[in-house]
Ligand binder design. Structure first.
Ligand code: HEC
Length: 112
């Protein structure tokens, strides 16, 4: 998918006016390599397809993703795993991965 297609998709989903829409989905895709082993999305290889307790974030609202990452980093929402992940991300990184995942296909939770 080209950057233009992703931008159009984001616009079509009504995300263009959200603050997180400033994120760059192409940079976010590169950043998401660290996330995709746990948060697999269709079209991206999931390392652990049977780990269903990891929330699906493909298709989630960009603002929700940024907000969740900030909460983990600040310690307002506790997860040892995600605190480690979110702490490594700058605000720009968060906006970028959020823009990428928001433009990714929506998912339903996999059943074991
Ligand atoms: C080692 C596995 C793992 C990796 C790697 C990982 N996550 Fe997570 N993530 C989790 C788990 C487990 C949770 C649920 C934590 C909880 O209970 O709050 C979670 C929760 C989240 C949530 C909240 C979802 C929701 O529905 O509320 C977001 C957003 C998120 N992760 C984004 C990311 C991003 C972006 C990356 C890469 C920078 C990443 N994660 C890397 C395991 C992982």
């Amino acid at each position: 998918m080209t950057k233009l297609q992703i931008s159009l998709l984001a616009a079509a989903l009504g995300l263009a006016t959200s603050a997180a829409a400033q994120g760059d989905p192409v940079a976010g895709k590169a950043r998401s390599i660290a996330c995709s082993g746990c948060h697999g999305i269709p079209g991206t290889r999931a390392a652990f397809p049977d780990v269903y307790s990891v929330p699906k974030i493909g298709g989630q609202q960009a603002q929700y993703i940024v907000s969740a990452l900030k909460s983990y980093k600040a310690g307002d929402r506790f997860s040892a795993t995600m605190k480690g992940q979110a702490s490594a991300l700058s605000d720009k990184d968060m906006a970028d991965v959020a823009a990428y995942y928001a433009g990714a296909p929506a998912q339903v939770a996999a059943k074991k």
